[in-house]
Design a protein around this ligand. Structure first.
Ligand SMILES: Cc1cc2nc3c(=O)[nH]c(=O)nc-3n(C[C@H](O)[C@H](O)[C@H](O)COP(=O)(O)O)c2cc1C
Length: 211
């Protein structure tokens, strides 16, 4: 027996298709964008360190800067209400004191648990090899990106995830340090101006190992 919530979630998931052409007359307010970012931030992350960072490109100037860097994805850039650049902060562990102190202040975590967690985090993350740290923050940030696509759908918008862009140059174009911020993907966001298309998926039998 499915609850209404489960049905709504399934509808959102199964009706999401990558949309590459958007209605150019539709603006999304920064207030609404901020709400979507806040809601997508409920994603889980390693150590709850939330490494995702977001560059919202919703101005003419920003879009013009991005255009030469998005390879074969110019239609999304030209027509979307916003291009959402998802970055992973490889220095995310520097926010750990803030996050864990807030959890204690809000009564969500006992102080002794915070102290133990912070000790572990401070011993673990800063000494990881750069490649491992990069992998961790990118996995976490991809979960945020997926949540963003679903929440956007619930607001009546569509998205298109994109990996086709000049990674390092995009980070620099928005005055951020590519040593610190690792690009994860860009999401085009807006009101669809095309239906999108059904795409095939491998079956559970093809992707599942049972033991
Ligand atoms: C990480 C990632 C990168 C992608 N890069 C691009 C891209 O650069 N350009 C594009 O048109 N679609 C891109 N896609 C969209 C995929 O082609 C699409 O998700 C897939 O074909 C399944 O279709 P659907 O999203 O409509 O279900 C990307 C998707 C993901 C998850």
């Amino acid at each position: 027996m499915q609850t209404t919530e489960q049905n709504q979630l399934r509808d959102l998931m199964t009706s999401r298709h990558s949309i590459r052409k958007y209605r150019t007359d539709h603006k999304i307010s920064r207030e609404e964008l901020t709400r979507m970012i806040k809601e997508a931030s409920s994603a889980p992350s390693s150590g709850n360190l939330q490494p995702w960072r977001v560059v919202v490109v919703d101005s003419e100037e920003g879009k013009a800067k991005l255009r030469p860097l998005v390879m074969f994805n110019t239609l999304q850039n030209d027509t979307s209400s916003a291009m959402i650049l998802i970055l992973a902060d490889t220095q995310h562990y520097k926010q750990s004191d803030y996050i864990f102190n807030k959890a204690v202040d809000e009564g969500k975590m006992p102080a002794d648990v915070r102290d133990r967690q912070l000790e572990l985090i401070n011993a673990h993350y800063p000494q990881l090899p750069a490649s491992k740290l990069n992998e961790i923050v990118k996995i976490d940030s991809a979960l945020f990106a997926m949540q963003f696509m679903l929440i956007a759908k619930s607001y009546g918008y569509d998205t298109s995830p994109m990996g086709g862009f000049e990674e390092e140059r995009v980070v620099e174009a928005f005055d951020l340090d590519p040593e610190q911020y690792s690009p994860v993907m860009i999401l085009a966001l807006g009101k669809a101006d095309e239906a999108g298309y059904e795409s095939v998926r491998l079956t559970p039998e093809q992707i599942t190992f049972w033991h």
